[in-house]
Design a protein around this ligand. Structure first.
Ligand SMILES: Nc1ncnc2c1ncn2[C@@H]1O[C@H](COP(=O)(O)OP(=O)(O)OP(=O)(O)O)[C@@H](O)[C@H]1O
Ligand SMILES: [Mg+2]
Length: 595
């Protein structure tokens, strides 16, 4: 983890190390920008008055040389900045995504996102950083005009101050409205995407006209606001352009008057006009640059917050491959926004690898929560989940991953091919993919997909049915010989063939001495297990060998004269009170027996 913290500091540090070179190059660039002005001054005041061809040739050669050097330097400072921008992008995007995912998993909102990386990158990629590097030279240029004549200097300085104040005031007055309008437009666009994605519901229910007229209203309001602001900015921009031209006329007019009064030379008059426009140019750029700078500064703060504290996490010891001995020690879990714990003091042990344990319990009892804790997706508020004695959170997630097989209740496949999804997007090992697919009983089905293992799947790949997704998800869980497999309702969408394949997979896992935890209420699955854990309202109501747990429950169910087909789901989700009663009855029976 300390790697991550230093990675952020390294990135910012590496970019900052370029700063002295950039400042130096910018000094040279701005000095060389004076070439044409000095050239003109010399032509007017030396060549034209003396008629010396030699001077003209030398002046021209030197000026062309200076302009060539200017070109090279300007290109190099732009190159440094654009390389810094892509460096930031390359180095920060993946860690930021990873950190965001970790934060979401622990129930929090990430402090920063890839848009912050984009803001930071844009600052370097755009003209903004150049505007800041060039801005101090406005003062130098104004000083130059002062040297030519104080009256001209005064006009140029007043003009620069006026431009600066008016652009800053305009920015301050419109900034909040601009931000609000941009946010409103973004929200409208996001809504549009959701409407388009929801076509399956919107179209058959005839909701389209109403939904889209609502969107038009949303979008129209945001757009109108933006239009007003854009027009306002355009007006101000035209006024400032005219103002700058007017300043040039004033400088030339005053210069001509000074030439006539023999206070300055004609060359100085032209030079003053050019340098004044150079001095005023960065002021326009500064306002846009300031906005980007503010965005980049807040992005940097967000990113700092995101990576803060990571340096205190200890380096992880490399652990050997686990055998699959699972021990859950007094695990409690509290949902981030919840006020009551979802799981309380859950303890159980699967002592030998090759044990298959079923988790049963009513809907909302906490079975999926337990699965997430077992595979280390969530961290318990207290207690430990240990694999071969080591807490799953002491492992580096990338190292533990290959030893874990996890099929969540809601199977998510990610954009990519079936083969990539099964192989967890790692290096493609065709044999291992087919082995996992065969073990999950999905090989034949995949071969019948339009492009077999190369078929593209993902959140919107409609050709993959829910049952197919679940079976591909099972193959992904079994891929790479994991030592510990957790399957959360693996047969909720399966047909008869899928059920048989799942049972086969469970038998093979047993043969291979893999530890398995499976959430399922199906009688056939339960028959294939060794242990059963009954969860009730977040606590372990019963844990033990399958028959010890099941028989009393079945007897209790029989006693309440439930139709035999309902025993399929040993403890049906809708029968939570009955289940509680039967478990209470069972507990009573066991405690009576103990007495
Ligand atoms: N992120 C969360 N924030 C708040 N509450 C949560 C969160 N996740 C789960 N819960 C709550 O925890 C309880 C247990 O949820 P869980 O998904 O573990 O139940 P389950 O036993 O798997 O149910 P089912 O059989 O319906 O899948 C539920 O009451 C649920 O509302
Ligand atoms: Mg569940």
């Amino acid at each position: 983890m300390s790697r991550k913290k230093s990675q952020f500091v390294d990135v910012i540090g590496a970019v900052a190390r370029n700063r002295p070179v950039l400042i130096f190059i910018s000094c040279l660039v701005n000095l060389l920008l004076l070439t044409t002005t000095i050239y003109m001054l010399q032509i007017y005041d030396r060549v034209l008055s003396s008629g010396s061809m030699d001077t003209l040739i030398w002046l021209t050669v030197i000026s062309l040389g200076a302009i060539a050097i200017y070109g090279v330097l300007e290109q190099s400072r732009r190159l440094i900045l654009s390389r810094s921008a892509s460096f930031i992008d390359d180095q920060l995007n993946a860690p930021v995504l990873l950190r965001s995912m970790e934060k979401r998993l622990s129930g929090g909102e990430p402090d920063a996102g890839v848009s912050d990386v984009a803001d930071l990158r844009n600052y370097y990629q755009s003209d903004a950083s150049l505007a800041f590097l060039d801005a101090p030279w406005s003062i130098v240029f104004l000083g130059f005009v002062w040297l030519l004549h104080p009256t001209l200097g005064t006009i140029a300085t007043v003009a620069a101050l006026f431009l600066l104040v008016s652009t800053v005031v305009n920015d301050l007055l419109t900034r909040t409205r601009q931000r609000e309008a941009a946010a409103r437009l973004k929200a409208a666009n996001q809504t549009a995407v959701r409407f388009v994605d929801g076509g399956e519901t919107i179209s058959p229910l005839g909701m389209a006209p109403a939904i889209f007229s609502r969107w038009r209203e949303l979008h129209g309001r945001a757009r109108a606001e933006q239009q007003i602001l854009t027009e306002k900015t355009a007006t101000i921009l035209s006024y400032t352009r005219s103002f700058r031209l007017a300043v040039q006329v004033l400088i030339l007019g005053t210069g001509a008057y000074l030439v006539l009064s023999a206070a300055i030379t004609p060359g100085a008059m032209i030079a003053a006009s050019i340098i004044t426009s150079r001095a005023l140019a960065p002021i326009d750029r500064l306002t846009a640059a300031w906005r980007r700078f503010v965005a980049a500064r807040s992005a940097r703060r967000n990113l700092e917050r995101m990576f803060e504290g990571l340096e205190t996490a200890p380096e992880r010891v490399k652990l050997p491959r686990p055998e699959g001995v699972l021990s859950v020690e007094s695990v409690s879990f509290m949902a981030p926004e919840g006020n009551a714990p979802i799981l309380r003091n859950v303890s159980f042990t699967l002592e030998s690898s090759g044990t298959c344990c079923a988790v049963i319990g009513a809907s909302g009892a906490g079975k999926s929560t337990l699965c997430r804790l077992l595979v280390g997706a969530w961290k318990p508020a207290s207690g430990h989940v240990r694999l071969d004695g080591a807490d799953v959170h002491d492992w580096d997630a990338a190292e533990l991953g290959p030893h874990i097989g996890y099929l969540p209740q809601i199977v998510e496949l990610f954009p990519g091919s079936v083969a990539e999804n099964i192989s967890r997007f790692g290096a493609l090992d065709g044999d291992a993919v087919v082995r996992a697919a065969k073990m999950a009983g999905v090989h034949e089905m995949v071969l019948h997909l339009p492009k077999g293992y190369e078929t593209d799947v993902g959140p919107h790949a409609d050709r993959i049915s829910l049952g197919q997704r679940q079976r591909i998800g099972l193959a992904r869980a079994l891929y790479g010989d994991p030592a510990f497999v957790v399957l959360d309702e693996p047969n909720s969408n399966l047909d008869g063939a899928g059920d048989t394949a799942l049972l086969d997979a469970l038998r093979q896992l047993k043969k291979q001495q893999k530890t398995v935890v499976v959430v399922s209420h199906r009688a056939e699955i339960l028959k294939a297990t060794d242990k059963i854990l009954v969860l009730q309202d977040g606590v372990v109501a019963k844990f033990g060998d399958r028959d010890d747990v099941l028989k009393p429950v079945e007897r209790a169910v029989r006693k309440t004269a439930v139709a035999p087909e309902r025993v399929q789901r040993v403890i049906p989700a809708s029968d939570a009170p009955k289940q509680a009663a039967s478990v209470r009855q069972h507990n009573k029976m066991t405690s009576t027996a103990a007495e």
